[in-house]
Design a protein around this ligand. Structure first.
Ligand code: EPZ
Length: 419
């Protein structure tokens, strides 16, 4: 397994481009299953999860053509089966996003139940309940979700919990259902809005995306379109945190600052000087050590759980004590044990981590366990004295396009060594 070797101590400086959002590209690629025409999706990041999604669609008989700029042209007219195998779903839980489109357009789907993952059990009961309420006959047996439906019917759905992919799956299913569907207590993430905008470009009738109540008027069919996914707000936030932890001065371009309000506020609390443009964010720490902050994760627009590990890393070298509360997932502190091995002073109490900042971390061999935890270990390596080796970085390659190139462009001493 490849490793990243990072030699700490360099304040990051310079400008890099933000890639397209993984968590928008995945549902939008699934949404192409709903279209009678050809859908071309642009600004796709070059990530392992995208390759997995393309393989998943390809195995169904869907035709995909990728150009050198990672625009993907998808034609589902030649689809021959509606099956998502365990061997793919176990590597990428977001494969569940094909369930709604398959049942809604083709009337059937056989999708492996995504198992849990490092950060939690992550059930999909709300996806299943919603489709059942829309009239799908769903059986969960032998590790699979078997769904059949002559024609889904619009209905009123009240989500027990705010679920991002649950909202996306049901919104996609509702676009071809008979009648009107309302999704209440819907997720408000920008990626949900991006999916709704793409579906609308395909001819869907959707109102309220981005609020907690989404209304979808079913139509008979959806047509082809060309759509570019929005920039990745978590990649943006991760590089902002990298500048904060190293006391650097960085500009991130081709992003959307309005998607990161909660993160920008926390960075300002940590002492960062932040300037916002229409499509760029600049952070300047003036070489100073960050101040510790308190963070409580919650669904959008509050502080994102996908930025929790990164801010834990910033806190462990910050001035003062910070309290980090994780309210979305039940086991999203896997990075804490690895940071402790680098000299961090963190006390875990249930879903809360209390950090006491130290002046310096020391390099150590550490292991990535999930996507954002691995990002936090890279951030820690950027400031630790010595060479930090981060192992199992396939986790990172799922969500960060060319991470070592982008960090090296900002002056980091980082290299990938084949494991
Ligand atoms: C999406 O996951 C993101 N993934 C995650 O990003 C992100 O952490 C998460 O939303 C929260 O923002 C994609 O968009 C592909 P949820 P998702 O359903 O949709 C519980 C990353 O790092 N729940 O919003 O799977 C669930 O257990 C990844 O890029 C149920 O109980 O998350 C969790 O506690 C990690 N039943 C909470 O809801 C359900 O049917 C929120 O999960 C569905 C969810």
């Amino acid at each position: 397994m490849d490793k990243l070797i990072i030699t700490g101590g360099v304040p990051l400086k310079g400008e890099i481009r933000v890639s397209g959002a993984k968590n928008a590209a995945l549902p939008i690629l699934a949404a192409t299953l709903l279209s009678d025409g050809v859908v071309t999706v642009g600004n796709i990041p070059h990530l392992h999860d995208i390759t997995t999604t393309m393989e998943l669609l390809g195995r169904m008989g869907v035709e995909l053509v990728v150009d050198e700029r990672m625009n993907i042209e998808v034609d589902s007219s030649s689809i021959k089966d509606f099956y998502a195998p365990y061997e793919l779903v176990k590597t990428m839980r977001a494969s569940i996003l094909v369930l709604g489109p398959l049942v809604s357009r083709f009337g059937e789907a056989l999708v492996s139940l995504p198992g849990g993952c490092a950060i939690g059990s992550r059930p999909v009961n709300l996806h299943i309940q919603g489709l059942s309420k829309m009239g799908a006959d769903i059986k969960v047996e032998k590790g699979f979700i078997r769904a059949k439906a002559k024609k889904l019917k619009g209905t009123r759905l009240i989500m027990d919990l705010v679920t991002v992919t649950g909202t996306e799956n049901l919104m996609m299913a509702a676009t071809l259902a008979k009648g009107t569907t309302t999704i209440e207590n819907a997720a408000r993430e920008p990626e949900v809005v991006d999916l709704a905008n793409c579906l609308t470009a395909m001819g869907a009738h959707i109102d309220g995306a981005g609020t907690d109540t989404i209304l979808i008027e079913g139509v008979d069919s959806l047509n082809g379109t060309k759509y570019d996914v929005l920039p990745d707000r978590i990649e943006t936030g991760t590089y902002l945190a990298a500048a904060a932890i190293t006391g650097g001065h960085v500009r991130l371009k081709d992003t959307r600052p309005e998607m990161l309000k909660a993160v920008v506020e926390k960075l300002k609390e940590a002492g960062a000087d932040i300037t916002l443009g229409d499509t760029w964010i600049e952070i300047n720490m003036h070489g100073d050590r960050p101040q510790a902050v308190n963070v409580r994760t919650s669904p959008y627009p509050a502080f994102p759980t996908d930025m929790q590990a990164q801010f834990t890393a910033v806190n462990v070298v910050a001035d003062g004590t910070g309290v980090i509360s994780e309210t979305v997932f039940e086991n999203r502190f896997m990075h804490v044990h690895e940071l402790q091995r680098m000299g961090a002073d963190i006390r875990l109490q249930g879903n809360t981590a209390v950090t006491r900042g130290v002046q310096r971390l020391t390099a150590a061999p550490v292991m990535a366990t999930d996507l954002r935890a691995s990002a936090s270990l890279v951030l820690a390596g950027l400031v630790a004295a010595g060479d930090t080796a981060v192992d199992r970085i396939y986790h990172i390659d799922r969500g960060y396009e060319s991470i070592e190139e982008k960090l090296a462009k900002l002056g980091a001493r980082i290299r990938r060594v084949p494991g």
